[in-house]
Design a protein around this ligand. Structure first.
Ligand code: 7RM
Length: 632
């Protein structure tokens, strides 16, 4: 009954059908779910007005599709295998029935604390089953979850809580990531000093370290669930009711709260998971992302659960206790599907090949890549040494805003090509645009990547700022969704994503805005102005370069760098620290006051020969000064 494409011929056929009748295509897909009431209208609205709706009037609860629906068929099947940070720590498996009961218990807890449909709940936790239970329990009672990656600082956490007026925070006492300890509760306490809307904090024990306790506000997870019922009637939602907010960086200002809604997101993540990965009943699927990013939302939590897959929840990092950790886990659980980021591959490539060879990886059938362009060297290493030359690589291109995978091979079906995300999924129409805002036809061309028609998984708004949503995605090319990515379509019609064309950086697969890093650095008392650009980095893909104008020359550059790192870590998180700093007297600005970043990008990449046209600069001489300067 479900659409599960099985051959390349079928893919081409289905793609054509989806183009001919989009509504029929998505309606068929939506029909495979359990809806309490069917929708009135398959789709309405468009990019012009940013009023996109899918399956409006349809009534459902997304957790009934992720959990309840499976109880009679695969209730005893493992939903998740939990692999802790340290290989010798307590690991466990959770069946679909157990997960269902845990989610019901916690849904009852949330309701007993006064959380209601439409309320926002912030989740700031370690990668443990409880994080996933928290998110699903929110979805079950109709609360909007906002998961914040547990690597963000107190200030970032506070900003996100304030932006969505969250009523509750769910966190851990602390977490261990590799050999590092992160005091999540202390960080939460600091953040909450600025967050009066948060009335309750639920703390799930993970590290057993001493923490402060606010009576009347803080409660232990294990105490609360003790007497909670394992039965809970899911709250009925409209297809277009909010499901979650996830903050993501843009080219300007603070991170945006991208909002996804219940019906469309469900249909889209389920459809893409099934067709891209081709996971079958007995398979063990492992996505190494953190649930704090969209990849974790769509392809650890939701997509796999809708399809009754068995997934791994991994708390650790690729290099702890050593660089063989991923492969040890693959061997231990006989993982069949492995989905990770190019930055992890590149990091592991730099270690001795024995770390890979030591383990039996013959269970692997499909490899996946996500988050950034995968360079050919990494692609081949992944293909040959991890996949033993026999596993297709699905290079999946998509974004927080797209909800799910957009351009990708279907595993074992679409012929792959290193560095190419290959072809769009049925239902998705990518187009390349030229400088004049016109579609570029034909093959062997490059341009800015847009999507021509709405799809069910597209974000519906930016929380509290619909204007910004329209401005960011719908205004560059009228009537299209603009992705912010540059792209090439080769002679065969295959798509290769070349990277961001806006002021968004991709550092180790983490998305960061230049503006937010600049604003953080500008907080330093000795800093007048900062310009951030990315430059190529062997492992991280891209690294951060800061050009800084100082009030007074710092006496000690290394100390200054440390201060900047500390500040950025405090305001955003360690992932946003600039790797290189150069102190400059001025920045290359146009007459309208815009920093000419393309010049700075070239200088940062040490590509000084061809800086392009600098005649429109207010003061072209600053460029020479910067070229002569030195970074540290
Ligand atoms: C899923 C995710 C989105 C940005 C996107 C691209 C880049 C993601 C690929 C890729 C080349 C890929 N969401 N990107 N996947 N570039 N090939 N397969 O990463 O919102 O955090 O980032 O990531 O630039 O616009 S995200």
């Amino acid at each position: 009954m479900w659409l599960n494409i099985k051959s390349f011929e079928e893919y081409k056929d289905v793609y054509r059908q989806s183009e001919e009748d989009r509504k029929k295509f998505w309606e068929h897909e939506a029909g495979t779910f359990y809806w309490r009431e069917s929708w009135d209208k398959v789709h309405s609205g468009g990019f012009e007005n940013g009023d996109i709706k899918w399956f409006e009037g349809g009534k459902l609860n997304i957790t009934e599709n992720a959990l309840d629906r499976h109880l009679n068929t695969i209730g005893h099947k493992t939903a998740f295998i939990f692999e802790p940070n340290h290989p010798d720590s307590f690991r466990r498996t959770i069946t679909y029935r157990q997960l269902y009961e845990d989610v019901c218990r916690f849904a009852n807890v949330l309701e007993s604390k006064g959380v209601e449909k439409g309320d926002r709940v912030c989740i700031y936790m370690a990668m443990t089953p409880e994080l996933i239970i928290s998110a699903l329990a929110c979805a079950r009672i109709g609360a909007v979850h906002s998961i914040v990656f547990a690597g963000f600082s107190a200030q970032s956490l506070a900003e996100r809580i304030q932006d969505c007026d969250a009523k509750m925070l769910i966190t851990n006492d602390g977490l261990r990531r590799g050999d590092k300890h992160v005091p999540l509760k202390d960080i939460s306490d600091e953040a909450l000093e600025e967050c009066p809307t948060v009335k309750n904090v639920i703390v799930c024990q993970r590290t057993n370290r001493d923490i402060d306790w606010v009576e009347g506000r803080d409660e232990w997870w294990h105490m609360l669930i003790r007497n909670a019922s394992k039965k809970h009637t899911a709250v009925e939602m409209d297809a277009e009711d909010p499901l979650f907010i996830l903050y993501t960086s843009g080219s300007t200002g603070k991170p945006k709260g991208v909002l996804h809604t219940c019906g469309g997101y469900m249909v889209y993540t389920s459809y893409t998971f099934r067709n891209v990965f081709q996971v079958s009943e007995e398979d063990i699927y492992w996505c190494t992302a953190d649930a704090g990013w969209i990849t974790g939302h769509s392809y650890i939590i939701y997509g796999p659960l809708f399809n009754g897959a068995t997934g791994i929840i991994f708390e650790g990092v690729p290099t702890y206790p050593d660089a063989g950790r991923f492969w040890e886990v693959v061997e231990k659980y006989e993982v069949t599907h492995f989905y990770t980021a190019p930055t992890a591959i590149r990091a592991l490539m730099s270690y001795d090949l024995d770390f890979v060879k030591k383990y039996d990886l013959s269970s692997l059938k499909v490899l996946g890549s996500v988050g950034e362009p995968i360079n050919e060297e990494a692609w081949h290493w992944y293909h040959d040494h991890v996949g033993g030359g026999k596993c297709p690589i699905v290079d999946t291109w998509w974004q927080t805003e797209t909800g799910g995978i957009m351009i990708s091979p279907l595993a074992g079906i679409t012929p792959t090509k290193p560095g190419f995300a290959t072809l769009p999924l049925p239902g998705i129409t990518p187009v390349l645009m030229d400088e004049n805002g016109k579609e570029i036809g034909g093959n062997g061309v490059s341009g800015n990547l847009c999507i021509k028609h709405p799809w069910p998984g597209i974000a519906r708004t930016v929380w509290g700022d619909h204007e910004r949503y329209l401005q960011t995605y719908m205004s560059s090319y009228k009537g299209y969704y603009f992705t912010g990515d540059g792209c090439r379509r080769d002679e065969e019609g295959y798509y290769r994503i070349t990277g961001r064309v806006d002021d968004v950086l991709n550092v180790s697969g983490h998305r960061l805005g230049t503006a937010e890093i600049e604003n953080a650095i500008d907080e330093h008392p000795n800093v007048v102005e900062t310009a951030i650009v990315g430059y190529p980095h062997d492992i991280k893909g891209e690294s951060i370069f800061a050009f800084i104008i100082c009030e007074d020359q710092p006496k000690n550059k290394e100390d200054f760098k440390k201060e900047i790192h500390k500040l950025v870590t405090k305001i955003i998180g360690p992932i946003a620290k600039p790797e290189k700093i150069q102190i400059v007297a001025g920045l290359p600005k146009t007459r309208s006051g815009k920093i000419m970043r393309r010049v700075l990008r070239k200088i940062a990449a040490n590509d000084l020969e061809n800086l392009g046209d600098t005649s429109t600069l207010l003061d072209p001489s600053v460029v020479d000064e910067i070229k002569e300067g030195e970074a540290f």
